[in-house]
Design a protein around this ligand. Sequence first.
Ligand code: ATP
Ligand code: MG
Length: 559
Amino acid sequence: MSGSLPAETDNHRPTNFIRQIIDADLAAGKYKTTHTRFPPEPNGYLHIGHAKSICLNFGLAQDYQGKCNLRFDDTNPAKEDIEYVESIKEDVRWLGFEWDGEICYSSDYFDRLYEYAIELIEKGLAYVDELSADEIREYRGTLTQPGKNSPYRDRSIDENLILFKQMKEGKFAEGKACLRAKIDMASPFIVMRDPVLYRIKFAEHHQTGNKWCIYPMYDFTHCISDAIENITHSLCTLEFQDNRRLYDWVLDNITIEARPHQYEFSRLNLEYAITSKRKLTLLVTEKIVDGWNDPRMPTVSGLRRRGYTPASIREFCHRIGVTKQENTVEMSTLEFCIREDLNENAPRAMAVLDPIKVVIENFSETIDEVLSMPNHPNRPELGNREVTFTREIYIDRADFREEANKNYKRLVLGKEVRLRNAYVIRADRVEKDAEGNIQTIYCTYDPATLNKNPEDGRKVKGVIHWVSAKFAKPAEIRLYDRLFNTPNPGSADDFLSTINPNSLLIKKGFVEPSLQYAEVGKAFQFEREGYFCLDSKYASDDNLVFNRTVGLRDSWNDA
Ligand code: ATP
Ligand code: MG
């Protein structure tokens, strides 16, 4: 129609360079179908960066009617744990994706990897080195200086076969020998300077137990695992760009049918957040946060507990796109996505976070009034709920002032305000304690103003929320701020020094009685306060605990 539609749109899904590669491969008949994989190492919980990779890999499989495997890249038994395996499965499913077939483990291929290592040795392309780790580093050279050959580099094939077998049989101590590829110590790519393929580790593995004391390195394992699983497009982040040469070298030099290719995209960096598993682990072990699923953590489980929905995270990943450009995404982009979702879908309710009592002196002392309120202002199909109006209510302390100018559109002594979905009240007098703190506000209500304007035409501009003092339920309400004081905590020398000490504020407030039936995973908009959900860790039948997922878009501006 307009001709200005981006040429790249296909079913509202912007293309990206990876889709273009897949399209070209399919058109050229290089592959019949596309097969991706998501390959986490089970050494931590998934974070928002992983969500980007999950949405990319599983999303491609969905769109191209291909397949996506979940593969645990588990070659380092020392850091890995079954707890992480379980959490990763849960998080992938929660995000709305399902892997093809059985779960894969790199460790499933240890026998075959060993055979391929033998093949490389037999071809004169790998050798057992007995330099120490420090010596290997020293011999490797630098970006500006070529490396030099290990004195063990020219061992005979037979000797290498015997020594590698001895490594496998536990005849060498840890660090005393390793298997290296024989490539080129002068390569401009340091990864190609005789990379280590196998190292010795006397550690029990969560999948293979004590069967192995030699473990293959990532670069050797990953490409072969991809080929074994018939992966077509192996997508990883840009720091593996150089490793692609080694990926190709290994596959070019072993006997294996499938030929996957690696493509790199830029990793997600999020402002005020950390996406290094090592650093996230430190936050947990140092007890700076309340576990991996602390609502301040940028982990998938933290976001879930905070009240993010899978759809909002998928939308976020969709919006940030997939490129080769390194950048840092603002937290507001993530928050925008959850607000948009919850504004549309979260039922409304009322909660008072910092309560102060209001007595409506001309309201009945004995008879309460049941009011019906819409659960959503724009979606009548979400129905109504009943909220009881009583002589004593709570409002938020911030919604009352003894004196204020015209910009303050809440309750002021001697003036009127509307109570949300109820009546107009006027503040007549206050009662203070010995320190001068207001204890109670005494008001009168106008019975003719239930959801309508005063009959005499006077204007009441402000609207505030309230709960019945008689029926409201006490609740703990947790307000979160950013976990770090600096936008890029990852670049700080000591990232722990950038922790925001005020990232959690706990309020003791009251919520309307309908919220005692709130369920974990179901969001509410607390009128004028933001979006909230029941906390999955601390809430119980007799202890309501809510997390603020995110504030309202313009809450800072809320007069
Ligand atoms: P580690 O530091 O332990 O290697 P990692 O972040 O690389 O951590 P993996 O478990 O190896 O974690 O990652 C699984 C997949 O998720 C990889 O393909 C990786 O490229 C991708 N991934 C990890 N972090 C990000 C990120 N910030 N943005 C996009 N993709 C990511
Ligand atoms: Mg990794």
